[in-house]
Write a protein that binds this ligand. Structure first.
Ligand code: FAD
Length: 292
């Protein structure tokens, strides 16, 4: 579940304000037009398609539900748009293979809009990581969303990002989307800090602090996100974004909520995947005993 701050009474001058917008919600057919590697740990797919002209993503925590072919049959089953320019999708009856990825570098070139997805290679590859491993120009996918976008805070003087390999793309967006004057500190876990630095440097030519909370093994042994956060420090003017493996985030979320007692608008915690769970639903509570 994403702990996004409530936005019912937006005050654009508030310290932790994050502008929220709604995007047209549709299913877009996408063709892979380039397969590159921004770092050895990632496969970058560059996508475009006939309905990409209004593909919009203005938030670093955005995701597009990306539908991949059945890894056994190669058949792509995915939602379809209700109609040209309309808001809505029709979901198929047959099983689908949808996974969430962070839209990167949305840009227009030669009259077409392009978006990148950086897919982490990992040890238990499902449909997404398997597809990425052999992806080729001309392959087809379907993207649903982002349904909405919540922009990076423009007012907080300091932002702390707590991320693993799946949320480093989001951290790259944070670096590029906060003002140049914002002090950004990044705590990375489950990923080599040198590799994280090289990857993040591709997003913005700016200074940032980078700290390791440990590589961890399958059960995140040795990773202590609370200790890492305490070392970096959180004051009344610091916004905290944390995302990655859901169970590792539970102690951190409890620390933010119950030890530091941060107001809801001062942090966002989002489970991006969960050890041992295929197609983790990030709407599910990461902490069942403290879900709200
Ligand atoms: C908002 C949001 C944004 C995201 N952005 C990105 C992104 O930009 N790039 C990216 O790579 N991922 C991103 N993710 C995470 C990605 O959706 C998951 O890692 C997804 O499960 C990968 O799909 P899969 O088909 O390879 O594995 P699945 O079929 O979902 O899972 C198969 C097995 O692999 C395990 N697994 C899944 N991911 C990992 C991992 N990273 N490391 C080790 N084991 C894993 C599962 O626990 C399961 O046991 C994002 C998730 C969310 C919610």
């Amino acid at each position: 579940m994403t702990d996004a701050a409530p936005t019912t009474v937006p005050d654009e001058t508030a310290l932790f304000h994050r502008a929220a917008r709604r995007n047209r919600f549709t299913a877009r057919e996408a063709t892979v037009v380039a397969v590159t590697s921004p770092a050895p740990e990632y496969v970058r797919l560059t996508l475009t398609g006939p309905d990409f002209a209004d593909f919009t993503s203005t938030g670093p925590g955005d995701h597009a539900r990306t539908f991949f072919p059945d890894p056994r049959t190669g058949e792509l089953v995915a939602p379809v748009a209700t109609g040209p320019g309309e808001d809505g999708i029709v979901r198929p009856q047959a099983p689908t293979f949808g996974r969430d990825f962070t839209p990167l570098h949305v840009r227009d070139e030669d009259g077409r809009r392009f978006v990148d997805l950086d897919i982490l290679r990992h040890d238990s590859p499902g449909p997404a990581a398997q597809f990425a491993a052999t992806a080729a120009v001309g392959d087809r996918l379907v993207l649903v969303g982002p349904r909405g976008s919540t922009s990076a805070t423009q007012n907080a003087p300091r932002v702390v990002l707590v991320v693993d390999g799946t949320s480093l793309p989001a951290a790259g967006r944070w670096l590029a989307e906060v003002p140049a004057s914002t002090d950004v500190e990044i705590i990375v876990w489950g990923h080599a800090v040198e590799a994280a630095h090289a990857y993040l440097s591709g997003f913005a030519d700016r200074a940032f602090g980078l700290h390791s909370a440990g590589r961890g093994e399958g059960d995140h042994g040795g990773v202590d996100l609370v200790a890492a956060l305490e070392t970096v420090g959180v004051d009344a003017a610091t916004y905290v974004f944390a995302a990655g493996e859901a169970s590792a985030l539970v102690p951190l979320r409890r620390h933010l909520r119950h030890t530091l007692r941060l107001p809801r608008e001062q942090y966002a915690v989002s489970g991006y995947w969960r050890i041992g769970v295929e197609a983790w639903d990030h709407h599910a509570p990461i902490d069942p005993i403290d879900p709200d």
